[in-house]
Design a protein around this ligand. Structure first.
Ligand SMILES: [Zn+2]
Length: 268
């Protein structure tokens, strides 16, 4: 008996179309699979709304539609948050650079995309690196200048507009906010191929199958629940999803690299 003759069984194509429809007709942002399924609604802390959580059955990542834009006062609080974690992040940045220099002793310059108030770059500069940072938060540059003497760029970084060459591109806690994470991966990959730069990318992993108990919490109440920041963290990458996205942009090396932040060291 052929599959088509089983009464009531929808074709693979029609299943894919109906699941796509639930996510506004869009495929998985991370791996482009059409097979994403609604899981449950997640209450959001910053708005009195709930946001539908979806699961990608191919790359095993979780996704939320973007329904929230940071108001100005929240951006101000976000910038202040970077100061509150400066001591922790300074220690993590030291661990990161120790390991990065071991990995590649030739690194002399660092570009950071989504650098916040410049804590990691300040540590890099103290170690003699030429550093440059981009962050779109309008409150970040004044803090970076005052605390670290760094001049930040508030424009969106892209391979097209990048004039200076850097040995290492760092991008920490940025991809989880983006409606088009693959576009930034493409930019970093193209820059890496064009200039030879290597990259370190970190996202807050933590939604792997063995951690799914977070789905049982009706209202995420602790920052240890990955869904706690569901207003602004709209991509919850699985390792499989992150690796798939990097592979799609022809990463030739992809090494788990956890020194301070958990992420991957990439070469293109
Ligand atoms: Zn996916």
């Amino acid at each position: 008996m052929s599959q088509a003759s089983i009464v009531g069984l929808p074709s693979t194509q029609s299943i894919a179309v109906s699941l796509q429809h639930q996510f506004s007709g869009k495929p998985c942002r991370i791996c482009e699979s059409p097979f994403i399924a609604y899981v449950r609604h997640i209450p959001m802390r910053r708005m009195r709304l709930s946001n539908p959580l979806y699961y990608c059955m191919e790359c095993e990542s979780f996704l939320l539609p973007q329904v929230y834009m940071e108001p100005v006062d929240q951006l101000q609080r976000d910038a202040a948050w970077h100061i509150s974690v400066e001591e922790r992040n300074t220690a993590w940045a030291d661990r990161f650079f120790d390991a990065a220099f071991q990995k590649n002793p030739r690194i002399q310059s660092v570009l950071e995309i989504g650098c916040g108030t410049g804590t990691l770059l300040a540590v890099g500069a103290k170690r003699g690196l030429r550093v440059h940072g981009h962050d779109t938060n309008p409150y970040a540059p004044a803090i970076a200048l005052e605390r670290h003497g760094l001049v930040l760029d508030t424009t969106l970084w892209s391979n097209e507009t990048a004039k200076e060459q850097f040995d290492l591109v760092v991008c920490i806690s940025t991809f989880e906010h983006l409606t088009t994470p693959r576009a930034l991966m493409a930019e970093i990959a193209n820059y890496g191929r064009r200039t030879g730069a290597e990259a370190f990318i970190s996202v807050p992993f933590g939604t792997e199958r063995d951690a799914w108990t977070h789905l049982l919490e009706a209202v995420p109440t602790a920052p240890t629940n990955p869904l706690y920041l569901s207003d602004v963290h709209i991509n919850h990458f699985s390792h499989k999803g992150f690796q798939k996205m990097a592979a799609d942009y022809r990463a030739i090396e992809m090494e788990p690299f956890t020194h301070g932040w958990a992420g991957y060291w990439l070469r293109f």
